[in-house]
Design a protein around this ligand. Structure first.
Ligand code: ADP
Ligand code: MG
Length: 347
């Protein structure tokens, strides 16, 4: 079981925030509802992510940090239709190759877990030490790039690197209101978000609760927020099976902030199936709608829930770009709804 070589690993683990992003995605994929992130020195000292997910069976611990061809990404990609960084079962292996990594996990309620340590190279017979640990997983990534001086030299200031980390955490917070998130930097609490209950019976179950939106963006938005709720089911042919799961639902939910005064830093967020994406056509359309309504500015957080068949994720994985196939139809619905919400009367 060889790790990826350090140079290759440095290419996938590009900076501390990339580590945080992968660790958060793993925690969420493991069903965690509570995630604590502890950072020191902008992630260049230590990155620790503690989750209460399903944990890893002792027999699978070595496998988890070993590069593997078949990974759950295939399943997750099916589920979300999107992979962000294009790692395929190699995120932990890549981190382990370029840091001092400690993986601790427990998969049951015994209160006992196993711990595995790697620093660049995995032993032939890696040792699993029993330790006290609640169900869930803790990953500590210390001394990132200790063995890749060129990469270490590329890192920016502590404040810059931590800024990138904070952005990642906020993006996840905006995608998953049902997950509690706490972020510490050098022992100071920087973000503390409790989990919001989501009502599965609610037709707008996916609408992000406003309190989470305000906390995660750090902006007071309640006053002028308009709820967006668009049913796209007419675009879905009934009973079409999409891979393993049958998606019979297509919808957009979210919030809109029409601003008559100039206000900087209004969020402009587009999530597709739980992932933050950049979609120039949608953001251009939103800007045009704001202009038509003679607004000085407009913020929005729109959550698209679309059948995975409509998504092409290989456009630009690292840049969060995706291609949505019946985009014109979706845009027509979006535009129609928002025009009426903004009371745009002209054609
Ligand atoms: P991938 O997520 O693409 O499978 P990773 O290298 O990120 O690859 O993770 C490898 C494997 O380790 C995962 O497939 C999962 O089985 C396990 N794993 C990693 N992090 C966690 C976690 N926080 N909780 C449970 N299992 C995890
Ligand atoms: Mg992963």
């Amino acid at each position: 079981p060889l790790l990826i070589n350090q140079l290759a690993a440095g290419e996938v683990v590009t900076r501390p925030a990339a580590v945080v992003k992968e660790l958060l995605e793993n925690a969420i994929d493991a069903g965690a509802t509570d995630i604590e992130i502890r950072i020191t020195q902008g992630g260049m000292g230590m990155i620790e992510v503690v989750d209460n997910g399903v944990g890893i069976h002792p027999d699978d611990m070595v496998m988890a940090i070993t590069r593997h061809a078949t990974s759950k990404v295939a399943d997750v990609a099916n589920l979300h239709g999107i992979t962000t960084l294009g790692f395929r079962g190699e995120a932990l292996a890549a981190m382990a190759a370029v840091s001092r990594l400690t993986l601790t996990s427990s998969h049951d309620e015994s209160g006992i877990g196993r711990q595995l340590q790697v620093a660049g190279v995995l032993d032939d017979t890696p040792k699993l030490t029993p330790v006290v640990h609640n169900r869930g997983t803790t990953i500590i990534v210390k001394d990132l790039y200790f063995n890749v001086p060129a990469r270490r030299g590329n890192l920016k200031s502590i404040a810059t690197e931590f800024g990138h980390i904070e952005t990642i955490v906020r993006e996840v917070a905006l995608a998953r209101a049902d997950v509690a998130l706490t972020l510490f930097h050098d022992n100071k609490k920087r973000l503390s978000l409790s989990a919001n209950a989501t009502n599965v019976n609610d037709n707008d179950a996916n609408r992000l609760p406003l309190p989470r939106l305000e906390q995660a963006t750090g902006m007071p938005l309640t006053d002028n927020a308009l709820a967006v709720s668009i049913d796209l089911s007419s675009l879905v042919q009934s009973s079409v099976a999409y891979g393993d799961s049958t998606v019979d639902r297509a919808a957009i939910s979210g919030w809109l902030w029409p601003m008559t005064d100039e206000q900087k830093d209004l969020p402009k967020l587009i999530y597709v199936n739980g992932r933050l994406v950049k979609e120039a056509l949608i953001s251009n359309q939103m800007r045009q709608l704001a202009q038509s309504a003679q607004l000085a500015g407009m913020g929005y957080a729109l959550y698209f829930e679309l059948p995975t068949q409509w998504l092409n994720v290989n456009v630009h994985p690292s840049k969060q770009r995706i291609k949505i196939s019946p985009l014109n139809n979706i845009m027509a619905h979006l535009s129609h709804t928002i025009r009426s919400q903004l009371k745009i009367v002209n054609a």
